[in-house]
Design a protein around this ligand. Structure first.
Ligand code: NAI
Ligand code: MG
Length: 336
């Protein structure tokens, strides 16, 4: 049995984690789920959005499957998602976006993997008021050589291992000459160690346009924290939306798997949430645990349901079913 810390989270979190653990259990994977709390609901109940018991469980078991956690906009507690990534030094945020069968959209052959630097940039939370009457705010972005080198190297290593052809580094070094300039400089250095892989760099605004015009020309993408956040939602939009894109946060001694999307308060509690995104994150977890066989078995069941049982899929991807009917359809296939 493999112990995995399970954090259901806020909004649609409970519905989709229930669906995903049901599917993983039905696949025969031997996972022992250790349920822990975090997020806005936990904050409202206990005054602490990230309880010590949750941190201890992660320290002990080192693998987490996490539903989305709500972060208050503007004032209020800081993001627990960001805090967990920083606390456990989960520096690689890996976000694949791949076209799926029978899902409507402008593109059919998107297959890209975005590597987002997960510990620095504008996400370090160093913001302050310059004046007393709160009319002038400043935010600090941090980029270091070491952190840039390890995420860019992770992207190239992934490209090598998965027989990818190209790494595109995304930056804004024309304006942010020191921070994203350093990121670009290190990208050029690291690229020299991988002559088999084509390397290119693009400025982020151009990248956003290229991704919507010609997404199939991209393969592996590596970028800083904020750009990675924005471009990974964009990439999700190219392949059917936030309901279908999973993600992994990987460090040297721990890993946390979560969807790209958030807690979707607009559809929470209505049976509309698509669990595919968190399920694909869980498949990345199985692969991280070297169980490629079970991951493939579940992925194949998902593809069959999308292809042949569309009516049982959730509405966001063109079905007329619910979280439950979709989960049942996948479990039915797994039981054959
Ligand atoms: P969101 O990603 O929760 O939702 C954006 C849109 O996508 C909504 O219309 C939603 O209904 C839809 N959507 C998202 N996931 C879906 C799914 N599985 N199935 C079907 N439709 C889905 O982004 P939003 O509304 O900006 O953020 C809501 C909250 O989530 C905020 O508090 C934010 O801070 C938090 N958040 C948490 C993340 C995490 O836990 N890693 C990531 C992103 C946002
Ligand atoms: Mg995001």
């Amino acid at each position: 049995m493999q112990n995995v810390v399970l954090i259901p989270g806020d909004g649609i979190g409970k519905e989709i984690t229930k669906a995903v653990t049901t599917i993983i259990d039905a696949s025969g994977a031997k996972i022992n789920w250790i349920e822990c709390e975090a997020g806005e609901a936990t904050f409202k109940k206990t005054g602490n959005p990230l309880p010590d018991e949750t941190i201890s469980a992660i320290e002990e078991h080192r693998i987490v499957l996490k539903g989305p956690l709500t972060t208050p906009v503007g004032a209020g507690f800081r993001s627990i998602n960001v805090a967990l990534r920083q606390k456990f030094n989960l520096y690689s945020n890996i976000r694949p976006a791949k076209s799926l069968p029978n899902i409507e959209g402008p593109f059919r052959s998107v297959d890209l993997v975005l590597f987002r630097e997960n510990t620095q940039g504008l996400y370090i939370g160093k913001e302050h008021w310059v004046d007393d009457d709160k009319k002038h705010a400043e935010s600090i972005a941090v980029v270091t050589r070491d952190a840039s080198e390890r995420i860019i190297t992770a992207a190239f290593e992934y490209a090598m291992k998965n027989k990818r052809k190209k790494v595109t580094l995304v930056h804004k070094a024309n304006i942010l000459k020191l921070t994203t300039g350093l990121f670009l400089e290190i990208g050029r250095e690291v690229a020299k160690n991988y002559p088999e892989i084509e390397f290119e760099d693009l400025i982020v605004d151009n990248m956003a346009m290229q991704m919507v015009l010609r997404p199939h020309i991209f393969d592996v993408i590596v970028t800083t924290n904020l750009f990675g956040d924005i471009l990974s939602d964009l990439a999700s939009g190219l392949v059917g939306g936030l309901g279908v894109t999973g993600a992994a946060n990987i460090g040297d001694s721990a890993a946390m798997f979560e969807a790209v999307h958030g807690s979707a308060p607009d559809i929470a509690g209505q049976g509309k949430a698509n669990p595919t995104a968190l399920l694909f994150s869980a498949l990345m977890m199985l692969e991280y645990l070297d169980d490629y066989k079970t991951a493939e078995k579940i992925r194949s069941a998902v593809y069959t349901v999308l292809q042949d049982h569309k009516e049982e899929c959730t509405v966001d991807i063109g079905g007329s079913g619910t979280t439950q009917t979709y989960t049942d359809a996948i479990c039915r296939l797994l039981s054959y």
